[in-house]
Ligand binder design. Structure first.
Ligand code: F6P
Length: 548
């Protein structure tokens, strides 16, 4: 850690110590302007962080941290296409994928990437027009009704989450399905409802070597060929990849291949041709609005000072909770059924990016990095795990996301959704003291001994920090901005934590070991060198699996 960062870090430790005994309800009581002082507005978005355990001193130190960590300089390096993914010697230029045409250049190794980006987008648009216009016909001459995206990780989670999030904007003639898991149950379940003649497969893989995707693609191909013959592949398979050589080897017509580049990380690739299934699901005009929203958030992140910078504020607050208050997790609680997959998407974005303990100089860190991100849509979560957040005794910073307007408007729903969301944030902040519970039970007419018996169970410590992000509505523009918000939050955290957010060696290690074990499980290699547990598991499978 640089001395200037270490110095602010130390002061933040002291600030956290000073606040340790403060309760959020007292902070609200002491400052009538707390909401105004601890909230930020961007366009028609509101970020309320007044229920975080911060005061003016902590916030001013966090802003200082932003500056001493050289955030503006790191942002400039990202924008300039420098190889900030230093372990893979790659740039991280996902911002170029949503950069509008005619708005200047973005250079990578001395060349402007924008013409190639817009050429692929134009190709995507043409393809969407053909599918939606029913001009693209399958091998039997029928139009496509169902698209199956086969991909995993970044080649699945982004388009899958966004397709669900934008369900209200779905193209009426096309159904889009997602298959990711190596477990045959995933592909088999999706295929069971489909007809080969009207199904199009999108094989999405940055590397085009990922075991899960290649196995699912091969099985999908076999399913199609069994019904329509080998020649049908050209009309029913398209590919999305950086590895066009492997795409051709798989047998997909190069004319049906959509390209992207190694400077796009898998979990940052939604904006590229990886977004093809999403564009097919919502129409290309809506996909462009998603890109516009992300670009608007890029501009905000690049220019806004830390006190008004939404990704920056989220990053600084998470660092406060993680490194100074000792939280090891964050609950992500969208009060939106459409955003139900957002926690899963952010698990990859945040934990695969920042789940690291080696700094940019190759040295072990002595501070925590990414918390465990978990959660699910409200109000469902309230009836599952909220009990533990209220009374489980753990520090669980919560992030509520809710829209002012409903995306599916049935009378009577949205007001209740908002009421539940705000009520949870209030209850977690305020809690309920033993005295309040006692008074409440007494005034309900319970006998004194019953009041004394029940009051401890029905009291709540509160002081659970939360942030509420209030969006106007869930539409393509706002969803694009929301995803970009989290991408930049992750980047800002990585700068302060001094880690590379763009590699994922832990995942690569798992892939390497699985490739080594496969021939052993297939009975083509022996178990020499394996630990006794792995050997025992494999032996158990082989001894107890019945043939057929
Ligand atoms: O999950 C690990 C990972 O490497 C991700 O980063 C990536 O999004 C995913 O695998 C899939 O990789 P590919 O797109 O190359 O198939």
């Amino acid at each position: 850690m640089k001395p200037a960062v270490a110095s602010v870090w130390k002061q933040l430790g002291a600030a956290a110590e000073a606040l340790r005994e403060c309760h959020l309800r007292d902070m609200f009581a002491a400052d009538a302007e707390r909401f105004a002082n601890h909230s930020a507005v961007w366009h028609d978005w509101l970020l309320d962080y007044s229920k975080q355990r911060v005061d003016a001193n902590a916030m001013s130190l966090l802003r200082a941290l932003w500056l001493v960590a050289d955030m503006p300089d790191w942002i400039a390096r990202m924008r300039a296409g420098e190889p900030i993914n230093h372990t893979e010697r790659r740039a991280a230029l996902h911002i170029a994928l949503r950069h509008p045409a005619g708005k200047g250049t973005i250079a990578h190794t001395g060349r402007d990437v924008m013409p190639a980006v817009h050429a692929e987008l134009a190709k995507m648009r043409r393809f969407c027009t053909e599918i939606h216009g029913r001009h693209w016909r399958g091998a039997t001459g029928e139009p496509i009704t169902d698209v199956v995206n086969i991909g995993i990780g970044g080649s699945d989670l982004g388009p899958r989450m966004a397709t669900q999030a934008l369900a209200a904007h779905r193209h009426r003639d096309i159904r889009v399905h997602y298959v990711a898991n190596l477990d045959a149950a995933d592909l088999a379940t999706v295929l069971s409802g489909l007809r080969p003649a009207t199904t199009l497969f999108v094989i999405a893989s940055k590397t085009f070597t990922t075991q899960e995707t290649m196995q699912n693609a091969a099985s999908a191909r076999a399913w199609l060929v069994a019904a329509l013959g080998e020649a049908a592949v050209a009309r029913h398979f398209v590919a999305v990849s950086t590895n066009l050589g492997e795409v051709a080897r798989f047998g997909i017509d190069p004319a049906n291949a959509f390209a992207f580049w190694d400077w796009v990380g898998g979990r940052y690739s939604l904006w590229s041709v990886i977004g093809l299934p999403l564009a097919l699901a919502i129409g290309f005009d809506n996909f462009e609005k998603l890109l516009a929203g992300a670009h608007a958030m890029d501009e905000h992140f690049f220019a806004a000072p830390p006190e008004a910078n939404l990704p920056g504020l989220l990053a600084l607050l998470e660092i406060w909770n993680t490194n100074f208050l000792g939280a090891d997790n964050r609950a992500l609680l969208p009060y939106s059924q459409s955003l139900g997959l957002l926690p899963r998407y952010l698990q990859q974005l945040e934990m695969e990016s920042n789940g690291k303990q080696i700094d940019r100089q190759g040295q072990p860190l002595n501070h925590a990095t990414s918390p465990i991100v978990w959660g699910e849509a409200g109000t469902n979560g309230q009836h599952a795990f909220y009990q533990l957040i209220h009374q489980g005794g753990r520090l669980i910073p919560c992030e509520f996301i809710v829209c002012r307007e409903a995306d599916f408007d049935l009378p009577g729903h949205h007001e209740k959704l908002l009421a539940n969301c705000f009520a949870q944030a209030e209850a977690l902040m305020r809690g309920k003291t033993l005295a309040e519970t006692t008074a409440e039970l007494s005034s309900a007419g319970l006998p004194a001994d019953e009041v004394a018996r029940l009051a401890p169970y029905r009291s709540f410590p509160g002081n659970q920090p939360s942030t509420t992000l209030l969006l106007p509505r869930l539409d393509p523009f706002n969803l694009g901005a929301l995803i970009a918000l989290y991408e930049h939050k992750v980047f800002a955290e990585s700068v302060i934590w001094d880690i590379n957010p763009f590699d994922q060696w832990g995942v690569e290690y798992g892939k390497q070991l699985a490739s080594r074990l496969l021939p052993i499980i297939e009975g083509k290699a022996d178990t020499t060198g394996l630990d006794s547990s792995t050997r025992g598991l494999i032996a158990w499978v082989s001894a107890n699996t019945t043939a057929g």
